[in-house]
Write a protein that binds this ligand. Sequence first.
Ligand code: ASC
Length: 148
Amino acid sequence: MNRIAKFAVPIGAAVLALPSLAQFAKPDDAVKYRQSAMFLQSQHFGRIGAMASGRAPFDAAAATANAQVVAELVRLPWAAFGAGTEGGKAKAEVWKEQVRFKELGDQLIADADKLVASAQSNNLDTLKAQFNATAQTCKSCHDNFRSR
Ligand code: ASC
């Protein structure tokens, strides 16, 4: 290994291993980031909900487009719950029950991917069922890990 690589590899590994707070200039930025991601999720998820409940006409292409946005967004908040970013609406349980918290985050990602497929199916009942399953995952996490 040349001299540069000898230093660059361990430094690269150390940077990757830094706690997620390192991605944010300050803890409040992490709080804003995760709240912003979840706000956007609620907007796009809500547009699908309007179709699922009959408040808006079913449009499979629009449902798919919204579900694809949701599927991207649900991957974002988790890195913003790093050590030292306690606060906002997050209960202390987020940091005390990290395994359960991660399971629910992973469940949401899996549900959102299925939501895309359900929207693409062009079948309103299929979309409704997966919308409800996804909303239930949102709710389980909020019930356990969100204070208000
Ligand atoms: C939404 C939204 C949530 C979830 C939750 C599901 O559209 O903003 O927080 O769904 O209400 O129960």
